[in-house]
Design a protein around this ligand. Structure first.
Ligand SMILES: [Zn+2]
Length: 150
């Protein structure tokens, strides 16, 4: 390759790089424009403040049943026979237990820290931690009778 040829290729390469950058910018602009147009065309009188006359021929069906994408299978609705029942049962061994002690009477603010609880109630919050393992937090709270006002 002669020096002249190399020079020419360098110039051509720079030119192509500039064109690619230009096209990238245009593509970004057009993508943005397309997203705007798609958002606008998705709007109709049912999901925006547009009047129903503006729907034209793309009028959405009035009856929501007409919009169902569910295929008719002839099966009964709901859980099918033989389907294993899944529900979130009470976890006897929660991963974490948070106890909250009623510190004062909600009515007269008497200090209840030394008062024996008369009742406990627990609730469990089931959540998926980032490592996708069921993690149970049991919240245990007590109810106390205020010696002063009850
Ligand atoms: Zn009280």
């Amino acid at each position: 390759m002669t020096l002249e040829e190399e020079e020419q290729l360098r110039a051509e390469n720079a030119n192509l790089k500039a064109q690619v950058a230009d096209l990238k910018a245009q593509f970004a602009q057009l993508s943005e424009k397309l997203a705007q147009v798609q958002a606008q065309s998705a709007q109709n009188s049912h999901n925006s403040s547009k009047p129903s006359l503006s729907d034209g021929f793309n009028r959405p069906p009035k009856n929501p049943k007409e919009r169902s994408l569910r295929q008719i299978t002839g099966k009964k609705t709901g859980g099918q026979a033989g389907h294993e029942d899944h529900h979130l049962a009470w976890d006897a061994k929660p991963d974490q237990v948070i106890t909250s002690d009623l510190a004062e009477c909600s009515n007269c603010h008497t200090d209840l820290s030394q008062v024996e609880p008369i009742r406990f109630r627990s609730r469990q919050v089931l959540d998926l931690p980032p490592e996708l393992k069921l993690y149970t937090v049991e919240h245990q709270a007590n109810t106390k009778a205020c010696p002063k006002c009850s």
